[in-house]
Design a protein around this ligand. Structure first.
Ligand code: ZN
Length: 468
């Protein structure tokens, strides 16, 4: 499909023929935002932060570009988020935008090694980075060089994708390649960045994989209905979308061909992967959740097959939301800080999930509701754990002490381990019962478990389910 640049183009043409538009940023050749060689060389240091705070909440600092390098108040209507490559270093480019002779600037600069972000121009101000498209564009400069893919690290992709998502949401831009574009894709440009080494598929997958600012998105599932995948080849479940070879052993889980893998939620396609929230026992359970290459598994289930349809969820005791057949729910405009999600459903034990909401990105939640009592015991207490059904897998000693109150009121907030460093590890056979993300990586799913005893029912029902 041909890429379209609808509304702004007409305006741009008008701008080009308008008299008196010879300012540096309107010069078609005036997009030379790349620093001269001396600025691309190593050895530059970071200037001190400006007094003003960055508008982007995840920016490390605001260092204002020299006022002669941008147009105060010059943004019209933002139509594009523009990806650039610096052709230089992070520190060198920041210093270049501070040089009044450069006549160039960008709103944001992103560091290669860790994705550190410096904002340099406020969003209402027109940075000079794409010539005659500047009035409609927010610019993100990435450290590195177009002909050397090694600068385009996963950390930089991830942090930049967060920024692009935040910008797109802020300016109500569709999350597509007509609005999140490379410098080379805008009209009348002399530059080729970010070039063929930029992985647009990965970048856009990361943009889509985020939850927007102030949102909580979740599903209510019945852990007894866990979906069972079968690996069709040797493969990995990975903590991120990186190639498995780039991940440490604690961030990936090998799955041999023929292995069965139980999951409670599968996200949308992300460059051929699905984000799986794994059942709390079985292969890779220690990972908690991860990305699985979809073509390496068979047996994916529709969301309706795992959901507790009709469950009621509330946020901080507010208005009740009744979930539909897919079990999904969402809240918007949720402030950063501590919140509590409660879920109930007929014949299910209630669940309560304390979460720490980062603000941006938003949070994902998987609420696991305890399964209906199978033999009439309705107390939900741990007493029933050993009284019915087939023998469970060998119990972890750590779960025994927790089973008495399991399923009644969820874990205490203080029990929530951090993500992703300890993600899954402290799940430790459901001894904790919940996982909360850190502010540093709040994109993971929060998971509330029901009760250790329910794993037995889950295993039993899963067998029944599989045999149905
Ligand atoms: Zn550029």
């Amino acid at each position: 499909m041909t890429r379209l640049y609808p509304a702004p183009l007409g305006v741009l043409v008008a701008c080009l023929v308008a008299p008196g538009s010879a300012a540096a940023e309107d010069d078609p050749d005036g997009d030379h935002h790349h620093p001269p060689p001396e600025y691309a060389a190593p050895g530059w240091s970071m200037p001190p932060s400006s007094f003003a705070e960055a508008e982007y909440p995840l920016a490390a600092q605001f260092i204002e570009a020299d006022p002669s390098n941008f147009t105060a108040g010059g943004i019209d209507v933002v139509q594009y988020v523009v990806v650039h490559t610096m052709q230089g270093s992070y520190e060198g480019s920041i210093n270049w935008f501070l040089n009044p002779d450069s006549d160039v600037s960008a709103h944001f600069c992103v560091r290669s090694e860790d994705g550190d972000i410096t904002q340099m121009v406020h969003l209402d101000d027109r940075a000079w980075h794409v010539g005659n498209s500047n009035s409609w564009a927010i610019g993100i400069e990435h450290e590195g060089f177009v002909d050397d893919a090694s600068w385009y690290t996963f950390a930089m992709y991830s942090r930049s994708a967060e920024l692009a998502r935040w910008l797109a949401d802020r300016f109500a831009l569709p999350l597509d390649r007509d609005h999140i574009v490379g410098h080379v894709e805008l009209p009348n440009q002399t530059h080729t960045d970010p070039g063929g080494n930029w992985d647009w598929d990965l970048y856009m997958a990361l943009v889509h994989d985020l939850v927007g600012e102030g949102r909580i998105e979740g599903v209510v599932v019945d852990p007894a209905l866990a979906c069972t995948l079968t690996a069709t080849s040797d493969t990995y479940v990975k903590a991120t979308l990186q190639d498995q070879a780039d991940l440490g052993d604690d961030a990936k889980c090998f799955v041999a061909a023929g292995t069965e893998l139980d999951y409670l939620h599968a996200g949308d396609d992300r460059v051929g992967h699905r984000r799986l929230v794994l059942a709390e026992d079985g292969p890779c359970a220690a990972l908690g959740e991860g990305f699985a290459f979809a073509d390496h598994f068979t047996g994916f289930c529709a969301p309706e097959e795992l959901a507790v349809a009709g469950a009621t969820v509330t946020l901080d005791g507010g208005a009740a939301v009744v979930v539909g057949a897919d079990g999904a729910f969402a809240w918007s405009d949720v402030g950063a800080g501590a919140h509590t999600i409660d879920a109930t459903a007929t014949d299910f034990e209630p669940a309560s999930l304390p979460i720490e909401h980062a603000g941006f990105p938003g949070a994902r939640v998987v609420v696991r509701l305890p399964s209906p009592a199978a033999t009439g015991d309705t107390t939900g207490s741990g007493e029933s754990a050993g009284t019915d059904g087939p023998a469970p897998p060998p119990a972890d000693p750590g779960t025994a002490g927790d089973s008495g109150d399991a399923g009644t009121d969820g874990p205490a907030p203080g029990d929530a381990p951090a993500l992703p460093d300890t993600y899954g590890e402290s799940e430790d056979a459901a001894g904790c019962g919940c996982q909360a993300p850190t502010a540093g990586d709040p994109r993971g799913w929060l998971v509330v478990l029901a009760a250790p005893l329910l794993r037995r029912r889950g295993a039993r029902r899963r067998r029944a389910h599989a045999g149905a």
